[in-house]
Design a protein around this ligand. Sequence first.
Ligand SMILES: Nc1ncnc2c1ncn2[C@@H]1O[C@H](COP(=O)(O)OP(=O)(O)O)[C@@H](O)[C@H]1O
Ligand SMILES: [Mg+2]
Length: 366
Amino acid sequence: MAGIVLEHVMKTYGSLYAVNDVSFTVNDGEFVALVGPSGCGKTTTLNLIAGLLPMSGGDISIGDRVVNDLDPKDRDIAMVFQNYALYPQKSVYKNLAFPLQMRKLPKAEIDRKVQDAAKLLDITHLLERKPRELSGGQQQRVALGRALVRDPAVFLMDEPLSNLDAKLRVQMRSEIKRFHHNLNATVVYVTHDQLEAVTMADKMAVMNGGLLQQYDSPANVFAHPVNTFVASFVGSPAMSLIPLEVVSKGTEASLRSPEEGWELPLSAFNARKANASSNGKVVLGARHSTLKLHKAAAPGAVPGKVYTVEPTGDVTFAQVFISGAVVNISLDPSVLIAPDEKVWVEFDQDRMHLFDGASTMALQAA
Ligand SMILES: Nc1ncnc2c1ncn2[C@@H]1O[C@H](COP(=O)(O)OP(=O)(O)O)[C@@H](O)[C@H]1O
Ligand SMILES: [Mg+2]
């Protein structure tokens, strides 16, 4: 296995910056998810690593080799796509064996590699079947197997689960995670689904508009999003974001609703952050699980109006309008509230996020 280094990687199409100055390092054996909304540059980044597209600038290394000018076949990678692209007329065995036959490996070695991969992926009993006789999940496992037999330095996967139904996707998610764990493989995995990234990856590279927004462990990205884009992209339901004004009183500060006039006093630490705002405005961010709903005015709580209530069984999600923003709150199912009800929402000062009103970047305490 090998690590991957991207340095100032660029890909332009005319005036469009599909990948704009992206740098990150995938350590040997790491599972890295490239995640972001459709069109943000994930597939382009993966294809640049694979060598399927020429770069407009920058450097890519795999292992200790700069691969900028190497053909895909010389980069020691294997790709797994959303469309499994299995040979329909060949058996599973022959689908797995074919890339090895092309490389003219001895027959006994091919058989050993195919049997090993089939065992690891639990498809030994399917080896004589044709792809059309397999379920979607089984076909995806064969596609993984075909990458696996080649014993590459790096696995590159582009939305491999997006053709599967929701239940199978969750199942294959843990299978691919197990695959990575068993092999200690270096994997770069593209997905638009933040939950896949959070649940599977050692590190996630969050992209938007061709730019790398944040590169860190899912736990750190979740706990310390660098800007409002990452804050609202990672986590479900999304982090709620409320634009507010800063009212500074010396070292103290509170947040004021421009629409409704109420003020929320801040802790000393949050006041230092709010006072660092570049334009006297902040975006207050809060995750659903950090908010407390009250039926009457309470200290540290601000007024809101219930918009919708969604019971899901274990937990009920409420959407509440606060100062013109929609705020998600999770509630115990025993809490009974109704649309249009007036409520008060209490923020946890230790778990709230403050972003600059102009740059949208997370504020640091001054
Ligand atoms: N061959 C191409 N010619 C022009 N624009 C392209 C081409 N391929 C991709 N793009 C553009 O580059 C951007 C990134 O695309 P892509 O990497 O496929 O996004 P993602 O995989 O994140 O959905 C998009 O705006 C897309 O329209
Ligand atoms: Mg894509």
